[in-house]
Design a protein around this ligand. Structure first.
Ligand code: COA
Length: 114
């Protein structure tokens, strides 16, 4: 998918954002979003815009039930992005390399279910 940001020339490499499909079935009930913004462009709202676009894409697909994200186990700009997108912190899990991370989830609103 392509994300067009407001107030930003399209030729800039702002960062990376991904929507990962979890699980092995073709039925995409759980996806994970991942994002990072290049240092020169941080603090301008781009991560919030990218995360919002990923969430909207997942919700509008009508195939996704839960959208998940992981952050370092501390409040930081990344957790703020998720709070602004109405994610809830549901707990902490061991990530690769034995690091504790916080798990965040957002469920698709019932009104858009199929
Ligand atoms: C986390 C990250 C994606 C945020 O991207 P961003 O485009 O700067 O985020 P936004 O501009 O959308 O800002 C989101 C919130 O974080 C806050 N924020 C952003 N940069 C900040 C900073 N350096 N210090 C404090 N708050 C900051 C913003 O003020 C905003 O909160 P607000 O709306 O309450 O003011 C980006 O900083 C990044 O890629 N960092 C390096 C990788 C990283 O830390 N990843 C987290 C792994 S868990």
């Amino acid at each position: 998918m392509e994300i067009r940001f407001r107030d930003c020339p399209q030729d800039r490499q702002l960062g990376n954002w991904t929507l990962r499909i979890r699980g092995s079935t073709g039925f995409r009930r759980l996806v994970e979003i991942v994002y990072s913004i290049a240092p020169n462009y941080q603090g301008k709202g781009y991560a919030t815009e990218a995360a919002t676009a990923l969430v909207d894409y997942a919700v509008n697909s009508n195939q996704v039930k839960t959208i998940r994200a992981h952050t370092f186990a501390e409040f930081n700009p990344s957790t703020r992005v998720l709070e602004k997108c109405a994610f809830k912190k549901i707990g902490q899990v061991l990530h690769s390399e034995n690091n504790l991370v916080w798990r965040w989830e957002k469920s698709r609103p019932r009104s858009t279910s199929n």
